[in-house]
Design a protein around this ligand. Sequence first.
Ligand code: DAK
Length: 259
Amino acid sequence: MTDFEDIVVATTAEHVLQITLNRPKARNALRTNLLRELAEALDAAAADDDVRAVVLTGGEKVFAAGADIGELAALDLKGVVEDARPGYWQRIAQFPKPLIAAVNGYALGGGCELAMHADIIIAGDDAEFGQPEINLGILPGAGGTQRLIRTVGKPLAMKMVLAGERIDARTALTAGLVAEVTAREATIERAEALAKAIAAKPPMAVRQAKDVLLKAFDTDLTAGLRLERQAFTILAATEDRAEGLSAFMEKRKPQFKGR
Ligand code: DAK
C-alpha cells in the first residue's frame, strides 16, 4: 500500500484494515492532504477483495479536532467554491464496505462528521462529540447538519449545532450516535474485534445490507422496502447463501467464499 503522510494504514487481522489518523500535534485536524489520503486509502480498500472491514481511529488520545482551521481561514469565496475537500468527503461517504470508527477523546466539527461517516461508532468513555463550527462563524460542512439530526433527533442536534455544546460518550450512547462505550484503553481493540466478526460474514450479504440500511436515510418506506426486496433477491444467486443455509441444516460452520 502507498506511503502516506497523515494516516497510517495497516492490515491488523485477516480481511481487516486499520486506518489511523496521524497528526497528533494538531489533534488530528483534517487538513486537505489528510482527507485526500483517507479517500485514496478507502478507494484502494474498496477495490481490494481481501479487505472486508475497515477500522478508522485517531489513536488512543483524540479522534479528530475537525477541519484544519488554518486552512479554512485561508479560503476566500472562490477558494470555498473550488475547494477539493467536498470531493474527498464524497469518496469517504461512498465507501461500500463496513467502516467502524473507534473514537477516543475529541471528535469535533469535521471529526464528529467523519465519525458519522462510519457505519458503527465505538466510543471510549472519555470521548466527546461536538459541532463547534458556530463559534467560528460557519456551520458543519461535511454532512453534520443532516446526519446528526437523522441520528440523534432534533433537540440534541439543534443544541449541538446552534450552541456548539459537546456531548460525552454516555450521552452519545443514549442518543444513538454510538453503538457502544468502552474503557478508553479498549476502544480500538473492541472495534477490531467487531471488524473481525463482520469480516467473517458473507461479504456480499454484508455489502448489500450496508447499502440498503443507508438508503433508509434518503428514501421513503415503500421505496426502501423495494430496495430491500431487490437486495434479498440478488443474494439468492450467491454461493454463500447456499452455503450458509446448508451449513445450518448440516450443523456445521459455514465456509463463505465471497461468491
Ligand atoms: N485545526 C488546526 N489546528 C488545530 C485544530 C484544528 N481544528 N485543533 C487543534 N489544533 C492545534 C492547535 O492549534 C494547537 O497547535 P499548536 O498551538 O500546538 O501549534 C494543537 O493543535 C493543540 O491544540 P490545543 O492546545 O488547543 O489542545 P487542547 O488539548 O487544549 O484542546 C481542542 C483540544 C480540540 C479542544 C482544541 O484544540 C479545539 O477546540 N480545537 C478546535 C476545535 C474546532 O473548533 N473544530 C471545528 C473546526 S471547523 C467542509 C467540511 C467540513 C468542515 C468545513 C467545511 N467542507 C467539505 C466544505 C468542518 C469544519 C470544522 O471542523
